[in-house]
Design a protein around this ligand. Structure first.
Ligand code: CMP
Length: 138
């Protein structure tokens, strides 16, 4: 079925000038952009967004990374969007990511891995609503 996923081009992607290249890959893979904006997460935003990781040793680093500069947040629509987008971005650790995936091409490390992709339809809806109002979704 056609459904939606949520993505962020993380601060490292914006800093390195990869926005255009990553959006090109997303378009070429057949995703429709439902919503998109440049924004910057506050520390409170990142702590809430990543609350599931708050006991992990890398949590402080993750919050610092995700708040250090602007991101591109977007909602994407396609058949099988969540699973297909995770295939397009590749493994969390770019060292393990398949050839041609966004993380293989553009991510520096496990900690700074260039892009976010929702891990379920339920989380996609929660994450999309966290960043976009109904009027910002097309
Ligand atoms: P993502 O899977 O999008 O969301 C959780 C993030 O936590 C993950 O991307 C990485 O950026 C980060 N992360 C996960 N595991 C580690 C780790 N072992 N060390 C540092 N950062 C990590």
């Amino acid at each position: 079925a056609t459904n939606r996923t949520f993505t962020m081009l993380k601060p490292d992607s914006v800093e390195k000038g990869y926005i255009g290249a990553i959006l090109e890959k997303i378009n070429a893979a057949g995703f429709r952009i439902v919503a998109m904006k440049m924004t910057q997460m506050t520390v409170a935003n990142a702590e809430e967004f990543y609350a599931v990781h708050n006991e992990r040793p890398f949590f402080g680093e993750l919050v610092e990374y995700m708040t250090r500069g602007p991101i591109i947040a977007a909602i994407l629509e396609k058949e099988n969007a969540v699973e297909d987008f995770r295939a397009l971005i590749g493994a969390t650790n770019p060292a393990d990511a398949a050839e041609g995936t966004i993380r293989k091409l553009y991510a520096a490390s496990m900690g700074e891995n260039a892009v976010h992709g929702s891990d379920s339809d339920e989380n996609a809806a929660i994450e999309a609503a966290y960043h976009f109002s109904g009027r910002e979704q097309f």
